[in-house]
Design a binder for this molecule. Structure first.
Ligand SMILES: [Zn+2]
Length: 178
């Protein structure tokens, strides 16, 4: 698995408050179900865009790996500074240094403008990057979703030294130990 977290998920919708338990109407594309979620953690950061990474399908359905839609493409960010972090429960994500934002699939609560903004970034660009760790209660299934709430160009705060971009995780590129 990847280090850091993957901000991924299911359907697109507007997402509003940061209350602990919200009910939001399903999108028109989804069944007429009523989704509920808990906000497990919120993150407000200054981060550096490090480019893209392709995530292969890791499942084994009959449609895998080419027709299942599991594979995705993520934008990789390295957090430079936390402006705010709030964990609402013990299962909320801890602070992350590497953040993966899914730009290939709709993410619940994440505006399509997020991917449009990211598409304009060059590796090394600094952004204000805010996201939430939600726990969805969707009928009988429960799963985490990590939508980006906002992203905008920003400046690196003075005195912050960023770590180098994360190393590629392709095992073929990792040298064997001597
Ligand atoms: Zn698959």
């Amino acid at each position: 698995m990847m280090a850091g977290i993957l901000l991924a998920a299911c359907t697109v919708s507007a997402l509003s408050a940061q209350t602990e338990q919200n009910a939001v109407p399903a999108t028109s594309a989804a069944p007429a179900a009523f989704k509920q979620y808990e906000v497990l953690a919120t993150f407000k950061t200054i981060a550096r865009f490090d480019g893209y990474k392709d995530i292969p399908c890791r499942h084994l359905t009959s449609l895998c790996p080419d027709r299942c839609g599991h594979a995705s493409r993520v934008a990789v960010f390295t957090v430079a500074s936390y402006l705010d972090y709030h964990k609402g429960g013990k299962y909320g994500d801890e602070k992350q240094q590497t953040v993966y934002v899914d730009v290939a699939k709709p993410v619940y609560g994440q505006s399509p403008q997020v991917a449009e903004t990211i598409a304009k970034l060059k590796p090394g660009d600094i952004v204000r990057l805010d996201w939430q760790h939600l726990y969805m209660h969707d009928g009988g299934s429960m799963y985490p979703v990590r939508p980006v709430n906002s992203i905008a160009p920003a400046k690196l705060p003075e005195g912050i030294v960023l770590p180098p971009p994360p190393l590629p995780e392709n095992p073929a590129q990792v040298p064997m130990p001597l």
